[in-house]
Design a protein around this ligand. Sequence first.
Ligand code: ACM
Length: 526
Amino acid sequence: MKKFTIPFLSAVLFTVSLNSCAEQKKKRVINFPETDLAEEYLIPKPLEVTADSGGFALDTFTVIYTSSAKGYEEVGKFLAEKIKAKTNLIVPVNVAEILNMESAIYINLSDSFDLEGPEAYQLIISPDSLVLNSHTAEGAFRGIQTIRQLIPEVGCDTLAANEIWMIPTGIINDAPQFEYRGTMLDVARHFFKVEDVKTYIDNLAYYKLNTLHLHLTDDQGWRIEIKSWPKLTEIGGASEVGGGPGGYYTQLDYSEIVRHATANYITIIPEIDMPGHTNAASVAYPILNGNGKIAKVYTAMRVGFSTLDTHKDTVYTFIDDVIREVSALSPGPYFHIGGDESHVTDKEDFIPFINRVEKIVQKHGKRMIGWEEIANAGMDSTSIAQFWRSKKNTLTAVDKGMKVILSPAKKAYLDMKYDEDSEFGLDWVGHVPVDVAYKWAPESYESIPIENILGIEGPLWSETINTISELEYLAFPRIIGFAELGWTIRENRDWEDYRIRLANQTPYLKRMNINYYRSPVIEWKQ
Ligand code: ACM
């Protein structure tokens, strides 16, 4: 294990020690009340917390220093922005000269702690410094979410001459259980504006989620501009469930979502659903249609009637163009091809179709994800199956050596009603109250070996929702529980403990103006 040696940091300390000679007399003594880092309302719950009863004062004297390694300064600035938004404090980042440094946050590239993985981090919180160590800027980004959660909602001006926000001292060592922790947003059944998707991303990042899967196309609408097939959006983008105006992302809009997600260390996974769920594409380009009927604009909710014509070369040219254009805009490693509910595609057509599409995805440099039905094709073991309903299909994927993303509808579908009083949502798999959504163990679900589990995702289908407020009603608070299921190991999860931590998210949820469902199973902090 290497020691904690960062040239940049030693330079900073040197400057400080020179200055601190002159400034010694001014050293503040703050008598903090006793603290307990282990009792903070953190979500997801970290791997290891060692509390020691003191306090670190975040105040007008606080400064942030970061490693000069790639991405670290941006993480420091991101933290400073969030501190400003919460406390109104202006915290300088990497300023050259500080006269009186008594409260410093260091964000370091370091391998001086034992946990591995790009998202691992360590926080060492002492009375005069808060040190965040990580192996990558991504790890630092996850770590600053913990810092954000530790900053009290209100400051205190009775402990010192100036207002302070007291952070409990101690050590946190933390890393996620699963590398994939996400949600899916269906922008096809109803369209969501770029600004709404960005707002959702901001709140996902706060709970350390790292993936947003966008369901970009379906029977009712096509939402992403494809320059080589312009009618997809001109015609296919102009409809939605219920007959509203629809909408679509230009390639610039989509790139803006990707840029914002990347700044929040969230990977966007584009999904172009095929060969079923393709009515909107067939309305735009009838040559694609394989169900033997004339495709008409569709605004109802029943599924399973559409298919591409899997025998036509034009269809594969179309798929190649779409996957090429969307992949070029998507820096993440994955491309999702749907593959679900192709009820009118013959099985003998479905299997070669999926195999051919897999090759196209790979040709464009991506790893293919599909809903669990794709496991019935002779898949490459690098492709990934997403479990939503059938254990049998999912275990077939496991037998083929594939990784699996867990989204079992009866636990993880964010569009299911919470209970009979839910204003929005469907109920084809029953209700999914907040406790049911939390009280399951992805690591031992349906006999799927943990080695095959890439992670967990909560899909949010949008048949019944149309606005960001309705989206938030279904997503929050269940998505917060999924963030914990994906990050926190089984031994550290407990419903009674989580309930209290969740109840104490209200200051954040209110400050962010999130329309969360006030589930009666939680005693929400007022
Ligand atoms: C699905 O819910 N059709 C994946």
